[in-house]
Write a protein that binds this ligand. Structure first.
Ligand SMILES: Nc1ncnc2c1ncn2[C@@H]1O[C@H](COP(=O)(O)OP(=O)(O)OP(=O)(O)O)[C@@H](O)[C@H]1O
Ligand SMILES: [Mg+2]
Length: 530
């Protein structure tokens, strides 16, 4: 009798699982094997009726005949590729896909506690099988782990090999290769993006790159609660930003078509406490992107900057906060121009300036511009660059021209619409009799959303909506009073300055009068001389 290899191995897997019932795939395989066994029985009974050539071939290549008769095809997806170092991305995507779609069917599950014991992820246990339905077709997936016979190994991974096995009827071969596998991998990747914990990266000083920690970036889990819903700003402006972000994420093909790197720059500007950093967090949460918080003062030179940026991943926001103070980029460029014009006697001063520069960073504005639109962006798309500043006028126009910074967003003092969002966030109210007073005060006074939020936050358990709103109104009145006082003081200073200037002009005029007389005398002498 011809040994049934497929069948034996399948039954072994089912035995290992020690399930009370047989798995669906095993049942299907057993059916197939029974069919083959039946055919073999028929063959052994009537073999004398078969031509001699066929009988000879059946004896010599029994397995080939079984494969010919067996209607199922199997594909394996090992966890590690080639040398066993790189984890297969396909394996990871399939794992995610099966975890999300098939764990309801699996009877034996494996629990992984993640996110600092805050969540449990269930996955198929080893040697478990599930059926996946796709457009009415059924495909069998098995999760398999093999252990090599060698007992001692320095690398446990070499001993244990995990893989997924996909079994399907051969009539679905085209569907599998053309559609189904793509569907599984795309879905798996999408689930990874949806469920992954986002990271907040900060760049390490380059001295640290050579040591034990070779990474250029350190990261922590990014868990900022800000969203566009809680961000207080004009709703129309907010919608415009959200639409722009959505459009960006969907425009991969468009960027390819126009031959531009798939990236977008945002310049956020406005006074302190108006929500620039909060907006970056909201953007990251909305897009589910990582954040790379680039501290320019820790970057030694342009080469280092390039290395850092090549090391960022796609689906990320690269942030340079307070660009005006990060480096005196504008100043440096201007100084460079001035330096060219300097004369020999000023060389010493120039040398001092250079030494000072060497001590700190060698990064230049052109280096930064190359970073924004240079070749590095070809290393991968889907990146957003955000600059923030309190003083937009201080920035070099080259840095913020269109194309580099595609959208300039002003975050300003709190208006009534922004206040309503804060009132909803902090007090959970949509309206109140004091809203009208707040509205009037906000129209007359400048107060940042940060200050409004601080006044709205209940300070004790006994604080109710009215208390918080009255506190805000009082703070607004005080702010208005302070503004008035400041304006009066400035006016007084200006008046004094004008007075001093006027007196000075008068005194100068009198003094000049004397000297003018002398000049006239001199001119007269000259003319007489002629
Ligand atoms: N527009 C806003 N919407 C909601 N909360 C805000 C807003 N602006 C400020 N806040 C609150 O004020 C705090 C400070 O805001 P944020 O750090 O975003 O200001 P910023 O504009 O980045 O200031 P800076 O220029 O000093 O960096 C935030 O933690 C947030 O609670
Ligand atoms: Mg900030």
């Amino acid at each position: 009798m011809i040994p049934l290899h497929f069948n034996n191995r399948k039954l072994l897997a089912s035995n290992q699982s020690m399930l009370p019932s047989i798995t669906p795939m095993a049942a299907m395989m057993i059916q197939g094997a029974y069919a083959i066994a039946g055919l073999m029985l028929v063959y052994s009974m009537f073999q004398n009726y078969f031509p001699n050539e066929l009988r000879g071939a059946m004896k010599r290549y029994p397995q080939k005949f079984i494969i010919l008769l067996y209607p199922y095809i199997q594909i394996t997806f090992p966890e590690y590729l080639g040398d066993g170092i790189e984890r297969s991305k396909a394996f990871a995507a399939i794992e995610r896909y099966l975890n999300a779609n098939s764990t309801k069917q699996a009877k034996r599950l494996q629990a992984n506690v993640v996110h600092d014991c805050k969540a449990i992820v269930l996955s198929m246990a080893q040697h478990e099988e599930v059926i996946d339905e796709y457009n009415g077709m059924k495909f069998w997936w098995a999760s398999i782990q093999t252990t090599a016979k060698t007992s001692i190994s320095l690398y446990p991974r070499e001993d244990e090999k995990r893989y997924f096995k996909l079994t399907f009827h051969k009539r679905y071969r085209d569907v599998i290769t053309n559609n189904y596998l793509k569907h599984v991998l795309d879905e798996g990747k999408a689930i990874t993006v949806r469920e992954r914990r986002r990271k907040l990266y900060t760049n390490n000083k380059s001295e640290g790159w050579q040591g034990y920690h070779r990474s250029k970036w350190s990261h922590v889990i990014f868990e900022h609660p800000a969203t566009f819903d809680t961000l207080a700003m004009d709703p129309h402006k907010k919608q415009e930003i959200v639409d722009d972000l959505i459009n960006f994420t969907k425009s991969k093909d468009y960027y390819v078509k126009i031959g531009k790197a798939w990236k977008r720059g945002y310049l956020l500007y406005g006074p302190p406490g108006t929500g620039k950093s909060t907006m970056i967090a909201a953007m990251a949460n909305f897009l589910k992107y990582d954040i790379y918080d680039l501290e320019l003062t820790a970057v030694k030179d342009n080469t280092e900057l390039r290395k850092l940026l090549i090391d960022t991943s796609s689906k990320s926001i690269i942030v340079i906060e307070d660009i005006d103070c990060s480096l005196n980029l504008t100043g440096r460029r201007d100084k460079k121009k001035e330096n060219g014009k300097r004369k020999d006697e000023e060389k010493d001063e120039l040398k001092k300036l250079e030494e000072e520069k060497n001590k700190t960073s060698q990064m230049t504005l052109s280096g930064l511009l190359n970073f924004i639109d240079g070749l590095w962006s070809a290393c991968g798309g889907e990146r957003i660059i955000v600059f923030t500043t309190n003083y937009v006028d201080k920035l070099d126009p080259a840095l913020i021209r269109r194309g580099r910074m595609d959208m300039r967003i002003e975050l300003s003092y709190c208006g009534f619409e922004a206040f309503k969002i804060l009132a909803k966030n902090y007090l959970d109210i949509d309206s109140h009799e004091l809203f009208a007073t707040v509205r009037q005060q906000l129209e007359e006074t400048k107060m940042t959303p940060a200050d409004v939020a601080e006044n709205l936050m209940p300070k004790s358990g006994s604080d109710y909506d009215g208390t918080c709103l009255r506190r805000l109104i009082k703070a607004l009145e005080e702010a208005k009073e302070e503004e008035r006082w400041k304006a009066a003081k400035e006016e007084e200073e200006r008046r004094k300055k004008d007075e001093t200037l006027e007196n000075g002009v008068k005194e100068n005029g009198e003094a000049n009068k004397g000297s003018d007389d002398g000049e006239d005398l001199e001119n007269g002498v000259k003319e007489n001389g002629k």
